[in-house]
Design a protein around this ligand. Structure first.
Ligand SMILES: NC(=O)c1ccc[n+]([C@@H]2O[C@H](COP(=O)([O-])OP(=O)(O)OC[C@H]3O[C@@H](n4cnc5c(N)ncnc54)[C@H](O)[C@@H]3O)[C@@H](O)[C@H]2O)c1
Length: 259
């Protein structure tokens, strides 16, 4: 039995992850933490503990894997606490600065196994493969990444859009992508760049489109999440996979490679 704890237990994702974990054999939720709602009962009878008690909660519950869906700064601190205790990790939180990413990686390396992904859905992980293939096949086409999310989303552009840009840059090689332009306004000619555009509104769960436009044609590759359960089930699958793996940082592609 893999014992999992969850930071952000009362959030939109946390709530769904608890439901998904309950459906999966071999996983047991042993602790849930949040900065709000301490003492509230979670499905399964566990009481929410205050986020400040993370270290004690991980020790007392003998957690194998911590799943974090919180906010950037909290994710870095929570991952460092887990890594120090040798607790494996699944991190879904987005919006981390390059410095925060580096600090998290440094804390993890050599101490625990972690799956870090800005998007745990199966579809987006296939989307990234298709985008890489299309970018190479249509070398020289103009590329724009357009994402849309609900009005409560804190970070922009989305972590998935940034990972999409990285995927394209890696596939094309650094010389092919000179810069990334976030939105456009005023007089400017398009250069050898990737344009990134963030749309925010209503309850959109998460859309990502890559547009490749050339002379006389364009190709659009699009992923739309209909429900957050696509992310929650992937995160739970990653938790089952990562428990007891060799210390290191893994991607969702590593999880999906082992069917
Ligand atoms: N990787 C993915 O597949 C994926 C999918 C959806 C959302 N996300 C990301 O996950 C994060 C959470 O998204 P959400 O929609 O659930 O947000 P949310 O605001 O609904 O939930 C976040 C929860 O974290 C709690 N929290 C804040 N600081 C904390 C701390 N120090 N310790 C414990 N809990 C803390 C908040 O009180 C809240 O309950 C965001 O960064 C979002 O972009 C990732």
């Amino acid at each position: 039995m893999t014992r999992i704890a969850l930071t952000g237990a009362l959030g939109r994702m946390g709530t769904l992850i608890i439901q998904e974990a309950a459906k999966r054999e071999g996983l047991e939720l042993v602790a849930g933490l949040d900065v709000v709602g301490a003492g509230k009962e979670l499905p399964g009878g566990i009481l929410v503990r205050d986020a400040s008690e993370l270290e004690a909660a991980l020790r007392e519950s003998r957690t194998d894997v911590l799943i974090d869906f919180t906010i950037a700064q909290a994710a870095v601190e929570n991952a460092s606490t887990a890594a120090r205790l040798g607790v494996d990790l699944v991190v879904g939180t987005t919006g981390l600065s390059p410095e925060q990413h580096a600090a998290m990686r440094k804390a993890i390396e050599g101490n625990c196994a972690a799956v870090i992904s800005p998007n745990f859905s199966l579809g987006v992980n296939v989307f990234w493969k298709l985008v890489a293939e299309a970018a190479v096949a249509l070398k020289g086409y103009d590329i724009e990444v357009i994402e849309a999310h609900h009005s409560q989303k804190k970070d922009a552009p989305s972590g998935t859009a940034l990972a999409t840009v990285e995927t394209i840059a890696r596939a094309l090689g650094e010389n092919e992508v000179q810069k990334v332009v976030y939105g456009r306004q005023g007089l400017m000619l398009r250069g050898k760049e990737i344009g990134v555009h963030a749309v925010r509104g209503g309850d959109i769960v998460g859309d990502h489109t890559v547009l490749l436009a050339g002379s006389g044609e364009r190709l659009e590759i699009k992923h739309q999440a209909h429900s957050r359960s696509a992310f929650a089930s992937g995160a739970v699958r990653a938790a089952a996979w990562v428990a007891g793996k060799k210390p290191g940082i893994y991607s969702m592609a590593d999880v999906l490679a082992q069917r």
